[in-house]
Design a protein around this ligand. Structure first.
Ligand SMILES: Nc1ncnc2c1ncn2[C@@H]1O[C@H](COP(=O)(O)OP(=O)(O)OP(=O)(O)O)[C@@H](O)[C@H]1O
Ligand SMILES: [Mg+2]
Length: 305
């Protein structure tokens, strides 16, 4: 079976900004594929090329077997796109938005209701409310319903959960799992590492380049150094002192704690603790931990492999 998305040597420049620098990747049919990377890494540019809204400068992209430049009409009928900022018409009601998007695609809401029932049922009690007056989580469900109403084979979701509360985010990912089970391929970008780890594979972008592409477990295996979670009363001071350690490789704030890695394979938490105490850092606790995806990405960005 052909890939759902096939991209090779793709480049795109905006004036002096090189947004994509020779990207190559494939997304398999039926896959839940995540794209992550810092602001300006090129994720939205890639998505817009795949959705036929931008023409690449170099390279080519195929979506569902069609070329994004020459066969864009075929692609547009077969994909659902949820852009980063809500695509909804704020002055139209929930129901009017849904019917509008169905009409654009020549689709029938009743005929395709089975695809969106799971999501749209949450919105039925509010069907006459203007989209602009919905909560973030509800807007997101409506935007997803609108992107799905024509039964696309591929869903492209650009940061669909940014600015949405934690409960709605969890619900949204459960919905994505069910859509995947129905055979829909999903390409999604997210700034949240916990969401990235729910994808089957993740592409990690940095400054227009693809720094890595693997399963979440593959990424975390890249982190081979001993890693510690370190706490102290004064986090700023703690970080300053850790950076002075002769074997220090990385020192990053992680919520209330600091993640610290060393170049020595045999580092010992109690030794690190004793050293910090001797430097006058108070209330120190050191624990050896397994790396999460975010640790690996920080490592890749800093080229500390
Ligand atoms: N239409 C445009 N005109 C000029 N520059 C652009 C345009 N679109 C994107 N860029 C620039 O291209 C680079 C890549 O942007 P892009 O939006 O693809 O990144 P992103 O990974 O989606 O970032 P974010 O996480 O902030 O959404 C950025 O430097 C951005 O400023
Ligand atoms: Mg973006």
């Amino acid at each position: 079976m052909r890939a759902a998305v096939k991209v090779s040597a793709l480049s795109k420049r905006f004036g002096s900004v090189q947004a994509l620098r020779g990207i190559g990747l494939e997304v398999e049919r039926g896959e839940l594929f995540g794209c992550i990377g810092a602001d300006g890494a090129g994720k939205t540019t890639l998505f817009r090329i795949l959705c036929t809204l931008l023409i690449p400068d170099e390279g080519r992209a195929e979506v569902l077997g069609f070329d994004t430049v020459t066969e864009y009409r075929e692609i547009r009928r077969r994909i659902g796109y949820m852009p980063g900022r809500f695509s909804l018409y704020q002055d139209l009601s929930v129901e009017e938005n849904l019917h509008f998007f169905a009409m654009v695609f020549g689709a029938d809401v009743e005929e395709n209701y089975d695809v969106i029932r799971d999501i749209y049922s949450h919105l039925v009690p509010f069907r006459n409310r203007k989209a602009g007056q919905l909560s973030g989580g509800m807007k997101q469900k409506l935007a997803l319903s609108c992107a799905l109403v024509h039964r696309p084979d591929l869903l492209v979701l650009d940061e669909p959960t940014t600015g949405v509360d934690a409960v709605s985010r969890r619900e949204f990912w459960q919905i994505l799992q069910r859509l995947k089970e129905q055979g829909i391929t999903i390409l999604v970008s997210t700034p949240y590492m916990d969401e990235a780890s729910l994808c089957e594979r993740i592409a990690f972008f940095q400054d227009g380049r693809l720094l890595g592409l693997d399963k979440p477990s593959g990424f975390t295996r890249l982190f081979r150094r001993p890693l510690f979670s370190v706490k102290a009363q004064n986090k700023h001071r703690l970080m300053t002192e850790l950076r002075k350690f002769p074997h220090a490789v990385s020192v990053h704030a992680f919520g209330g704690t600091v993640h610290y890695s060393e170049s020595r394979p045999d580092s010992d938490p109690s030794e690190i603790q004793a050293k910090l105490v001797s430097m006058g850092v108070t209330d120190v606790a050191v624990e050896r931990i397994e790396p999460c995806i975010e640790d690996t990405f920080m490592m890749l960005i800093e080229n500390n492999v």
